[in-house]
Design a protein around this ligand. Structure first.
Ligand code: SF4
Ligand code: SF4
Length: 204
């Protein structure tokens, strides 16, 4: 996996989502856990709202899925991310590496692939660590609206600038780049999965 340490562009700059190998695709997830927060869809407008309630399998401290290998069996509406889903979904957070690459941005300084440290996603305040108010098992569906929050849809201020002393392998920030041409080679990568919930009475 080319992570940019040998002078060549790292794989997330050099390849499109479709061109990445399964290992590259999987490593692109920063482990923030934002996509594993329960979402609500407004039945009138179709707008998706994020909540601070976690999926039943989300660990609010590690920000990881408690049973990633069996997630779709245990949470049937957990969405398997694919390049096509990344292009279709409107609610991926602006910090999500898949969305950043899709939109032609570089990864931020705190992404583990850049910093070399899986903790920087927490240090930067990007992950859901310590911010998950409850598990969906504890909140009745009709009460989920009381948990709608906006922070999962924003880039925290502290996350925008690399602190002094923190190293990285690529240019920091979300600098625009020109996506490379698609070569035609496609893979079937494993990916993070996300879950969508709708309020009572909503039809989809
Ligand atoms: S898929 Fe995106 S939003 Fe979800 S945990 Fe990975 S980087 Fe974060
Ligand atoms: S949304 Fe999917 S990946 Fe995330 S915690 Fe739930 S089952 Fe696991």
């Amino acid at each position: 996996m080319d992570d940019g340490r040998n002078g060549a562009p790292p794989f997330w700059q050099a390849r499109t989502l479709e061109e990445m190998t399964p290992a590259e695709w999987e490593s692109l997830c920063d482990g923030c856990g934002r996509c594993c927060l329960v979402k609500l869809e407004d039945e009138d407008t179709g707008r998706i709202h994020l909540t601070d309630v976690g999926c039943t399998l989300l660990d609010g401290e590690t920000c990881r899925c408690r049973d990633y290998a069996h997630r779709q069996a245990r949470v049937p509406d957990c969405v398997r991310l694919t390049p096509a889903e990344v292009r279709r979904l409107t609610w991926l957070p602006p910090t999500c590496a898949y969305r950043l690459v899709r939109e032609g941005h570089d990864l931020y300084w705190w992404h583990p692939l850049v910093s070399g440290d899986p903790d920087t996603v927490h240090v930067a305040g990007v992950s859901v660590k310590g911010r998950v108010a409850a598990s969906e098992d504890e909140i009745p569906l009709e009460d989920l609206v009381d948990h709608i929050v906006t922070w999962p849809g924003r880039v925290p201020k502290a996350a925008r600038t690399r602190p002094a002393g923190v190293s990285g392998t690529t240019a920091q920030g979300a600098a625009r780049r020109t996506p490379p041409p698609v070569s035609g080679r496609r893979c079937a990568p494993q990916a993070r999965r996300t879950t969508t919930r709708v309020p009572v009475g909503t039809r989809r």
